[in-house]
Design a protein around this ligand. Structure first.
Ligand SMILES: Cc1ncc(COP(=O)(O)O)c(C=O)c1O
Length: 286
């Protein structure tokens, strides 16, 4: 079996051989964040059951909404069920109104870049980060990508604060009602790719303060948040620290961008953006 791919145009790990070493029982491939066949096999019965159930409902109702153009933010019932599911799994309330369905976290990131960020803005990234996010950023040539150092394999929050303040004064950023942020900080605060680390709660609070004080948006890539094997609930997603009840709440400066790719089936391309009404409404009306 081939485990090395010599294709010079290989961009994504699954672009090459059809049999990649995700499927080799002898190899645990730590460079791939994808479920193996032992997990994917459960999709067969699950999808069979829910497809049968849903199609029977469609036939009973006789309106066939399933096959119709849908709501801009995604099917209402689907967002409702997703909100319930996430609230249970996170142990923290998720509201349907704060959700917008996407075709995966990669699509969610594109949507955010297209819609809420200044076209000549700045993206702050940690010195090591998810490689495909960097590829997506390259499609926005007027946007500058600025690296922030890390400490103990998480972002160095002091450095972030300093660099954000410096960059803020440098540009004449284009802003309007939609492109409301001059800068984005892209991070993976829970089970970071590639370091695997989680940002401690006190530092999460500081990141939210930095975002509010400097009018930037933190786009938190939460695709790994539900892959938690400990007791109780997974670490709190950064979005939950941006509490609307806070005295210095600024209308929402954090986005949780996530998907089922790591816990169900990446091929389903089922993801969501969870954010404040101002972000959700901007994308909805774009
Ligand atoms: C940090 C991170 N974000 C996003 C993705 C891709 O997510 P999706 O399949 O929902 O586009 C991956 C996949 O490896 C990832 O590691």
């Amino acid at each position: 079996m081939t485990t090395v791919n010599n294709d010079p145009y290989l961009r994504h790990l699954f672009d090459g051989e059809t049999v990649f070493n995700v499927y080799d029982k002898e190899i645990t491939n730590l460079s791939v964040g994808a479920p193996g066949p032992d997990l994917l096999k459960h999709c067969v019965e699950m999808l069979n059951q829910c497809t049968r159930h849903r199609l029977e409902e469609e036939a009973k109702e006789g309106k066939y909404y399933l096959f119709q153009y849908g709501a801009t933010a995604g099917h209402w019932e689907c967002r409702n069920e997703l909100a319930k599911f996430l609230s249970t799994r996170y142990g923290n309330s998720v509201m349907r109104e704060n959700l917008l369905l996407t075709c995966g976290a990669s699509h969610g990131l594109q949507q955010l870049l297209n819609n809420i960020l200044s076209p000549n803005g700045v993206i702050f990234v940690e010195e090591v980060t998810y490689m495909l996010a960097l590829e997506v950023f390259k499609q926005f040539p007027l946007i500058r990508v600025v690296t922030v150092p890390m400490k103990d394999d998480v972002v160095d929050v002091d450095a972030l604060e300093k660099i954000v303040a410096e960059e803020k004064t440098k540009g004449n950023y284009f802003l309007n009602d939609q492109k409301m942020f001059w800068a984005m900080y892209y991070t993976i605060s829970i089970f970071h790719n590639p370091t695997g680390m989680t940002l401690p709660p006190d530092q999460c609070k500081r990141v939210v303060e930095i975002a509010r004080n400097n009018s930037i948006v933190v786009v938190c890539d939460d695709v790994y948040s539900l892959l938690y094997y400990g007791d109780g609930y997974p670490p709190r997603r950064l979005f939950s620290y941006d509490n609307p009840e806070d005295k210095n709440y600024k209308g929402g400066n954090v986005v949780s961008n996530s998907s089922f790719s790591k816990v169900f089936a990446p091929a389903m391309r089922f993801g969501w953006i969870e954010s404040s009404p101002r972000v959700i409404n901007t994308i909805k009306t774009s």
